[in-house]
Every structure is written in C-alpha cells, then in structure tokens.
Ligand binder design. Structure first.
Ligand code: SF4
Ligand code: SF4
Length: 413
C-alpha cells in the first residue's frame, strides 16, 4: 500500500502496537547511538538517577561508533520494570534514532520508501495491534527522523555479475518470483522453482533476449520441481560430497554472520554445524547434538507454521533485503535470492533446534516464532561485517560463486 507525502510503501497484512512488559528490542544486540544523542546523554548525571550506573560505563566505542553498554546482554538503560530510563526521565525525543525507529526500517527505492519490519519484535511476529495502514502518519514521522541513514537500492539491478537490468524489468522478475511462491502446494518446491526461473532468465539474457520476451516464453508448470510428498527432502549426502558441504558451510555460513557484540563466532559456528550436520549446538545457553536437530520433524504442510515462514520470506523479498549492499558484498539478484533460500533453510533448522530444546521431535508454531526471531536478529537483520576477520571483495566473489551454482538450492534446503 502506498499513500503518503514521503511516498511510504507499507507491506500488506501487518499490525503493530508496542507490547507492555516486552523490551525484547532492548537486549541481545549492540544498539548504536547517534553522535548528537551521545553528546546529550553524556551530560546527564545518570548516577544520581539510578544506583545501577554507579562505577559503570554507560557507552562503549568500537570502530568509531558508539553503543549502549550491555549488562547480561541487556541495554544498561533498561530499567527493572522493563521500561527505558531515557524515555522515562527525558522523553521519547531524547532517545537515539535506532530506538525511536524500531521496529521499522526504511529502504529507499525507485518506487518509494519501503517499510521493512523487524521480525524480532513479538508484536510483528504475532501480528497484534493496529493495522499499519492506519498508522501511516506516525510511520512517516518516524521515517523522516534520519533520512540520511536510510538504505538505498540502486535503480539499475544486477541479475548476476554480468547482466544489469532496469528497475521496471527487475520489478517484473520480483513479481514473477512472489507469484511463484504463492503458487503450488509445496513451498519448498516453489522456492526451488524460483531459483530455476532465475537460471532461465540468465540463459535468456545471455542470448540477448528482453526480460518481457523471456517471461512470455516461461511455462510455470514446467518450473515446478518434484518433491517427496512428506515435504521432507531425502538425505542430501548421497548427492553432495562432504567437501562441497564444507565449502558451503564455511563460506555461506560466514556470509550470514552479522555483528553482535561477543557472539559473532558462536553464531558462525552454530551455522557451520547446522550445514555440516555435525557437532554440538549451543542455543539459549543449552548444548545439544546437531544429529537431534536432523531427526526432528518440520511439517511443511502445517498451515499455521508455514503461514509465518512464508510471510517472513515474502517480506524479505518485498523489502528487497536480497539487494541491500553490505560492507563487503555486492548484491545481485541471483546471489541475493540464494541467500533468501539460506534464510528459509536456517529458519527450518532453528525451528527444529527449538523443538529439541522443548524436548519434542515435532516443530510447533512457538518453535517457528523463536526461529524467525533468532534468524532475523542474528543472520538477516544485521549485515555489517566490520568486526569480522575477513573483509575482502575476493571473499565476497567466492561466496557469490558458490551460492550461484546450479545445485545450490538442493544443497541448502
Ligand atoms: S520488541 Fe516490539 S513490542 Fe517489544 S518492546 Fe520492542 S517494539 Fe515493543
Ligand atoms: S536506550 Fe532505551 S529503548 Fe533503547 S535499547 Fe536501551 S532501554 Fe531500550
């Protein structure tokens, strides 16, 4: 839906109202502070406001950026009643832009400013509160807080490293993919069909065909990949070598590690273990064997569970997450879509892992909610690589090459 002075594009079927006693967004990640807010907050004698500040650092600095100090992974300004002390004592305007804007993110595109939502927020996950369409004026105010921080998507989109297309042509491809994902009874088959579709598009571009011409020739029925009716794909290891899995685990796993103080390597190693299907996983402070995750059942025919998974994947595509530039990688449609497939696979793995944590072998909606939240927080939400050991365009090229391989979706899903 598009209807505002700023040309804000609101995704359909979303509700949001901040929940009391929640504060999920005030923990488990490094909250950055803009320079002006930092100066203002530094002048306040916080020790006189609360004893918790006595003898404690309130802010930390890393790579020339300021963050709130975390205590037990919670922002130091989070009060015991789960309300923000800055908000309580100084008002909403005194907060840093990250906190004012959450759970929204704004992506500038040729069509307008797309509103992306954080799936870490329980109100977004459970779709509770006021429909976003009724909050356009408020969302527009939030969007105009820091327009310079808004991320942008180029109007010319790279399909892969060799071909670039115009925005209207890109939109045709995106609509085709979103349409494919709504078609068919088996979601994994639809996800793979879209990967196959992109390869057909590339073949057409190599022959110098126009996008509309390529689309006209495509028969959707032929795109669908046959699946086992149980929805659970048979063991991949017969088809893909251990070496192949290792490359994917190391490189694709790395691509997905965002920044979060102190836990980067844990996140990376968890992902590598899940792709390799080996080792001991640590989640919410508990350790368990990855083989238990593999033996857990994720029924892709469960409508309730899949509704959330589909909504999340569709939202990533609609908000062009796959085209967002990161500090070290150059996005293109083919590699970006492959990363969407990885997101799907990780949501599935983590859903199973949460079922294991509950002591059951069947995934339920609460496991999917936890999984979507953890994946959005740790793997999709923060895509800066500045704290990691590798930060080179060469690495990005290897990663793009691996995820653009013909059999990528078979390995990862
Ligand atoms: S996570 Fe969402 S519901 Fe919870 S406090 Fe933050 S904005 Fe509110
Ligand atoms: S400053 Fe306030 S709103 Fe922001 S993370 Fe800390 S407690 Fe939460």
């Amino acid at each position: 839906m598009q209807n505002s002075a700023l040309n804000i594009i609101i995704p359909e079927n979303f509700c949001y109202t901040c929940l009391p006693n929640c504060a999920v967004c005030c923990k488990n990640w490094s909250i950055d502070i803009d320079e002006e807010t930092y100066k203002n907050l530094s002048k306040v004698e916080w020790e006189k406001i609360s004893e918790k500040f006595v003898g404690r650092k309130k802010f930390i600095e890393e790579n020339n950026r300021k963050y709130f100090e975390l205590i037990d992974d919670k922002c130091i300004f989070l009060d015991d009643d789960k309300y923000c002390l800055i908000h309580k004592k100084l008002g909403f305007d005194a907060k840093t832009s990250t906190c004012k804007i959450y759970p929204f993110k704004f992506i500038k595109t040729a069509d307008g400013i797309i509103v992306r939502l954080s799936f870490v927020c329980p109100s977004i996950i459970k779709n509770t509160g006021i429909p976003l369409e009724e909050q356009i004026a408020e969302i527009e105010k939030i969007a105009s807080l820091k327009p310079e921080q808004m991320r942008r998507i180029n109007e010319t989109v790279a399909v892969n490293e060799d071909f670039k297309i115009s925005w209207p042509d890109y939109k045709k491809l995106e609509n085709f993919i979103l349409d494919l994902l709504k078609t068919g009874n088996n979601y994994e088959s639809s996800l793979k069909s879209a990967a196959k579709f992109l390869r057909i598009v590339l073949e057409g571009l190599k022959k110098k065909e126009e996008i509309s011409g390529i689309l006209e020739k495509i028969d959707k029925k032929n795109l669908f990949v046959r699946m086992d009716t149980s929805g659970e794909k048979k063991e991949n290891d017969d088809t893909f070598t251990k070496k192949q899995r290792l490359y994917y685990a190391l490189f694709v796993g790395y691509e997905f590690v965002g920044r979060a103080k102190g836990s980067v390597f844990k996140k990376y190693s968890n992902l590598v273990k899940l792709i390799l299907k080996k080792g001991t996983l640590e989640l919410n402070g508990k350790k368990f064997d990855v083989s238990r995750v593999d033996q857990t059942y994720f029924n892709i025919e469960n409508k309730e569970n899949m509704k959330l998974v589909k909504k999340y994947i569709e939202h990533l595509i609609f908000t062009k997450w796959h085209l967002l530039p990161t500090d070290f990688s150059t996005p293109n449609l083919v590699s970006g879509y492959s990363l969407i497939l990885v997101i799907y696979a990780i949501v599935k793995w983590f859903s199973k892992a949460f079922a294991v944590l509950r002591g059951t072998s069947v995934v339920e909606l609460c496991d999917v909610e936890n999984a979507v939240s953890i994946v959005d927080l740790n793997y999709a939400g923060h895509i800066t690589k500045e704290t990691l050991f590798l930060n080179s365009p060469v690495f990005s090229k290897i990663c793009n090459l691996l995820i653009s391989q013909n059999n990528f979706e078979e390995i990862i899903i």
